[in-house]
Write a new protein. Structure first.
Length: 58
């Protein structure tokens, strides 16, 4: 019975990992893609603005 207790954790982790991958693949694109792209573009633009702004006293 030790082999059963040794195999349970890897099997459980594999099931959760497969579920995570399936969820990630299913949520790519679709109706929320434009909203997600806009959020990423806004975050990048904000980071660029902070990086390029002149620093006071420098």
């Amino acid at each position: 019975m030790e082999y059963v207790s040794a195999l349970v954790p890897p099997v459980v982790m594999a099931v959760f990992f497969i579920g995570l991958i399936v969820t990630i693949v299913k949520t790519q694109g679709g109706a929320n893609k434009a909203k997600e792209d806009a959020a990423v573009d806004a975050a990048i633009a904000g980071a660029e603005a902070v990086r390029q702004s002149p620093k006071a006293g420098a």
